[in-house]
Write a protein that binds this ligand. Structure first.
Ligand SMILES: Cc1cc2nc3c(=O)[nH]c(=O)nc-3n(C[C@H](O)[C@H](O)[C@H](O)COP(=O)(O)OP(=O)(O)OC[C@H]3O[C@@H](n4cnc5c(N)ncnc54)[C@H](O)[C@@H]3O)c2cc1C
Length: 404
């Protein structure tokens, strides 16, 4: 039987391009389909953590516009403290540049990248082969608005928060979503001194929410996020957040929002020869909304399993589900618990975190536990023993506003 590609990856964001690149590097024939043409933008703060960059086997410095070595926790209304790491903590990029570069790396690894191809339907045939129907929007070839069907042995859904692959193949949607709104404040005279080399994160916002300032090359990305039901309040919240720094929301350019599918325990992300990665798998971390690490990490865990499946060494992609539950889920669960606790008692807890260098670094270490080091096993065990009951109580209390 001939197929168009051994693997079809739907979506060319960080999750899709990483999955495609890593599977192709293992010698498999991979096609990647994205409805957009790159460079394309995506609502995102563009903050790449150190552990995310560690998953990329190439230099990304030419798409990094700013490096934060410190973080300001709080804001002028709630009080703030600056924690300096003295080494890079967050790499600030723009998604239009980062994603195009990551996709180029996939191309260089041999992936057949097809842009402007919107997947509308995915079907698993009786013989196990997948049929992926795309709607072409290729004006140059005159194929506008025509459909084409590609076939493959494996399908990877990397099509983001509103992806079609998961839905088409019967995967349950994530139980909980966050929502965030962001825009860019132009800084023609440069990034303000107090923000240079730093990011700001504030939890003194609406219940369950947070705000951020991420400096880039010639602008500051300003955003607010919260749980999904906070959606209608987000624009007012963004305006209020801007005011705290003396800025008018009208100065923000490209204001746009998007959903964040939050990680929750027990979600299935693999079935037979199909698997989901990144936002399509619902892997966004609940405290700061970091999703690119999960996208890259899930792709990294999936690639060897796909190769084994194609080689006939395993009968399905179940080992990916197990790897995700073992390697990624514990840190996502920790973040979800910290988020529940912080949002239940934001003011007293932030006073502690902001006031104590030691507690801050302990929390940062617990949050960073996805990096794969085993040195912190005891710390993680203790953290889990403490966080589990506290999060249980916090969830019963529910989120409250951290506003002074
Ligand atoms: C406002 C906001 C701020 C954020 N800030 C950060 C941050 O600073 N740091 C961080 O780590 N995370 C952040 N996140 C989360 C992060 O943006 C996502 O977790 C990340 O983009 C997930 O990558 P992905 O590859 O899974 O999906 P995506 O990046 O969403 O990529 C999905 C791709 O699939 C394509 N696609 C969708 N449907 C189809 C279809 N039917 N056919 C073909 N192609 C399709 C899309 O065009 C897109 O290219 C933020 C999210 C939001 C909303």
């Amino acid at each position: 039987m001939t197929v168009d590609a051994e693997v079809i990856v739907v979506g060319g964001g960080p999750g899709g391009s990483a999955a495609a690149r890593e599977i192709a590097t293992l010698g498999k024939r991979v096609m990647l389909l994205d409805r957009e043409r790159f460079p394309r933008d995506k609502p995102c703060g563009g903050g790449l953590s150190v552990k995310s960059v560690a998953l990329l086997p190439f230099d990304i410095s030419h798409v990094v516009e700013h490096i934060a070595t410190g973080v300001i926790v709080g804001d002028p209304s709630a009080g703030s403290a600056t924690q300096e790491a003295g080494e890079p903590m967050l790499f600030l990029t723009q998604r239009c540049r980062l994603d195009a570069f990551l996709l180029d790396q996939a191309r260089a690894a041999g992936v057949d990248v097809r842009e402007g191809q919107r997947v509308t339907r995915v079907l698993r045939r009786e013989d196990g082969v997948f049929e992926v129907t795309v709607n072409l929007d290729d004006v140059s070839t005159g194929d506008q608005d025509s459909d084409i069907v590609y076939t493959s042995y494996v399908v990877v859904g990397a099509d983001g928060a509103n992806g079609v692959v998961g839905r088409a193949l019967g995967f349950a949607p994530p139980a909980e979503h966050g929502v965030a709104l962001e825009g860019n404040l132009p800084c023609p005279d440069g990034i303000p001194d107090w923000l240079r080399g730093r990011v700001l994160v504030s939890f003194a916002m609406l219940a369950g929410g947070y705000g951020w300032l991420f400096p880039k090359g010639d602008h500051v990305n300003v955003g607010v996020g919260g749980l999904e039901d906070a959606g209608p309040e987000l624009r007012d919240e963004l305006a209020r957040f801007c005011t705290l720094f003396g800025w008018d929301i009208e100065r923000l350019e490209d204001v746009r929002g998007h959903r964040l599918p939050l990680w929750g325990p027990g979600r299935r992300v693999a079935s037979g020869g199909a698997a989901l990665v990144g936002d399509a798998a619902g892997l966004v971390e609940a405290l700061l909304g970091e999703g690119m690490y999960s996208a890259l990490a899930s792709a990294h865990l999936l690639a060897p399993v796909v190769a084994q499946y194609l080689d006939g060494a395993v009968g399905d992609l179940e080992a990916y589900q197990r790897a995700l539950d073992r390697e990624l889920a514990p840190s996502l669960q920790r973040a979800a618990r910290i988020a529940a606790i912080l949002h239940a008692w934001p003011r007293p807890l932030l006073r502690i975190v902001v006031g104590s260098q030691r507690i801050w670094w302990l929390m940062a270490r617990v949050m960073d536990s996805g990096s794969g080091t085993h040195s912190g096993v005891v710390t993680m065990w203790l953290a889990d023993a403490l966080l589990r009951p506290l999060a249980w109580i916090a969830r019963r209390r529910g989120p409250t506003s951290g506003r002074a």
